[in-house]
Design a protein around this ligand. Sequence first.
Ligand code: NAP
Length: 257
Amino acid sequence: MAGRLEGKVAVITGSGSGIGQAIAERLAQEGADCVIDYIVEPEEAQGTVSKITAAGGKAVMVQADVTVMADCTKLIEAAWSQLGSCDILVNNAGIEKHADFVDVTEADYDAVMNVNLKGAFFLTQAFVRKLRDAKKPGRVINISSVHEDMVFPHFSTYCASKGAMRMLMRDLAVELGPMGITVNNIAPGAINTPINKNLLADKPKLDALLATIPLGRLGKPEEVAGVAAFLASEDGAYVTGSTYFLDGGLIRNYHEQ
Ligand code: NAP
């Protein structure tokens, strides 16, 4: 397909649903060949592949749990062996767990940190090692959250993981810049995806949230995908070390009483 990403190959984690699926579809529309990963059940990932191929794009599906180091390597290797390169990495896979801080279990802490931080860390390492060997530039795009910067009481593990992702992004932007690799975060506010299914089912809670968003609505996965496509393209070539907030103004909405 013709577009800003023609000839590029992108790996998008957690791309069977929500924001990851929208990003994969958008990068494919712009011409990138995409690797769609899934953990166990291939059905949702197959749905993303089918949408991309129906629109004339190219995508392959790879089983990879980002918390498993060998899977991280396998995912990047699959891009190179099946699609010939790996130019763009979107660290999108993420989970959240609700708990009062005093009740957080070690298992919950490990689950959230392993997906949101360790997964992104070592998948990026596998991505960069191949680029170093091939002497090629690349793009790393992390889907963090407004909670890389904004408090979210009762979600301390999520905030810790996304805050760490912010510093990881800044650090890698400086360390990897000389290799021609850009590293940026997209920090969504409330986006209409399965991760928010409990919120979407709770009208009073949803209305209270909407009242705090200056644009007065949830964001769409496609809107996150538009910023990812910009950062992946030549239009975003000089952007590195930045977080793009995509939150309808939520994070700036503080009023003196
Ligand atoms: P989602 O639909 O639940 O997407 C999360 C994806 O991550 C799912 O496809 C999930 O796969 C995958 N995943 C979970 N653990 C994984 C693992 N170990 N290895 C590989 N993939 C794994 O929710 P979403 O809203 O699109 O979330 C995408 C990202 O956006 C997350 O990082 C989230 O923190 C961030 N975000 C979302 C919002 C929002 O309001 N929606 C706001 C800020 C940030 P399964 O479905 O198979 O579990």
